[in-house]
Design a protein around this ligand. Sequence first.
Ligand code: PMV
Length: 342
Amino acid sequence: MTLIYKARVPTNIAFLKYWGKSDATQQWPANDSLSMTLDLYSETLASREPLPAQAGAYAFSSDQALTASEAFLHKGLRHLQWLAAQLDFSERIYLHTRNEFPASCGIASSARGLGSLTLAALACWTQSSSLSQLASCGFTRERIAQLARAGSGSACRSFWGGFVHWQRGETAQTQSVLPLASQDHWDLRDTIVIVSTQEKLISSSQGHRLAPTSVQFVPRLARLPARLAEFQTAILQKNIRQLGQLLEEEALEMHAVMASSQPPCVYMSEATQTFLQFLQEIRVQKALPIYFTLDAGPNVHLIYEARHQEAVASLLKTYQTIDVGISSGPSLGTETAQDGHH
Ligand code: PMV
């Protein structure tokens, strides 16, 4: 009988964006960020025995990639080796990571992918079958989030459900992640409009590195503390119009920093612009409180209150979309497999 540890970690969409680092090695962000945790997961299975082949999964052992090398495998393997060295775990473990809606559909998967890889590896190394057992081995949620952060900065926000605030702190060591409001505080939805499934040409690591070359970077940092306070108020008071205005201002500002970096990083495509114009027209015609935000990519996230879900769906009939709600956070469990099969 083989024991398999199964970790599921959700992705998150940033409302206030993390763009630019104060220290790349320690993943110390240049500014605070704030996100909503989404009901869209990566799942990692981890075991001390080799796992049987699984369609669509990225396979690793803690010391080598077991399927063809791709960007995620490279990042994932580097992170596993870092974790093993950092925590002094020498035992070889085997892992499979699979994304709900694969990375190739154009939705950022590094937060959930690296998050679930971290959680499953720690569970397997410490033989913990639940989050509370992991905590009793010294791996509290805070510590796991900080370890996942080394693999992908935004992954640290995925360890809590609802609305989450990543504080940059005064030093790299004092950054912290705090839940702002739980998943049932406000029933918001995110409809992701897939205008392109192309892999992005500039990785977010490269983009973060270039951010300070934009003349708009320093003025942006100066504006952010006030914007953070406004975001917090809008969320706590469930004020969708205020939230919407802030979301759009913030997304466009991040893209302005990207586009004015040297060399420029242009993540929006013509299809993004066309969709945003379409959204503007809808707003004039229907006065619906639906607002957009953008990630480091061409796809558009529409944020709105759940009661408008049908209206949104009927407007978007001709688009490829993924509808997601708010997640309550990660989960960890175990399964057994006979003779290495499950
Ligand atoms: O965590 P990274 O390095 O993939 O960077 C995330 C960058 C954005 O998604 C654009 C913003 C954010 O805060 O999530």
